[in-house]
Write a protein that binds this ligand. Structure first.
Ligand code: HEC
Length: 143
């Protein structure tokens, strides 16, 4: 029993930051970001029909994804096949602020999408959310 508890404790503590390959782990989340935002973007632009239930589901999925990448920017993962700039580690407060701003706009997107009655209800917030992607990439991602 004691051993079980210790094991549970160890892994609960390690879980948030543990990944065999943190670079790949965060890139995988961002790949899902791209897919989700692209599907939402098609509806916002009118390329596909606006389906409120589907759009709300995608926005909720974005909100789940938005909690995930940051834990994988672990010390030492600035080296390797990564586009992450060194500033992420040299200016951690600014990086955190960019991630927090992003999370706030994604949460707003989720709330807006949940009660939207049409495309015009979500356009502005979709733009605001995307702006936080760009703002962070401009400062912290090499392209
Ligand atoms: C707070 C900073 C930050 C925010 C916000 C952010 N990103 Fe990124 N993104 C990064 C960094 C840093 C990388 C580079 C990761 C790496 O290569 O290790 C990246 C990489 C990516 C990639 C490339 C993944 C790959 O295949 O290598 C995509 C696509 C992407 N982001 C999409 C998005 C989208 C879409 C949003 C908004 C919905 C977003 N990101 C928001 C920092 C951010």
């Amino acid at each position: 029993m004691k051993k079980f508890l210790l094991t549970a404790l160890c892994c609960a503590v390690l879980a948030p930051a543990f990944a065999a390959d943190p670079i790949k782990a965060r890139q995988d989340v961002f790949k899902q970001y791209k897919q989700t935002v692209a599907t939402m973007g098609k509806m916002v632009k009118g390329d596909t029909a606006f389906d409120q239930a589907e759009f709300a589901k995608l926005a909720a999925h974005m909100d789940e994804l938005a909690q995930q990448p940051w834990q994988y920017f672990t010390p030492g993962s600035d080296k390797g096949k990564t586009d992450a700039k060194p500033e992420i580690w040299s200016k951690p407060a600014e990086f955190k602020a960019a991630a927090d701003k992003h999370k706030a706009e994604v949460a707003k997107m989720k709330a807006t999408a949940a009660k939207a009655t049409g495309i015009n209800d979500v356009k502005a917030q979709f733009g605001a959310m995307q702006q936080t992607c760009k703002a962070c990439h401009d400062q912290f991602r090499a392209d």
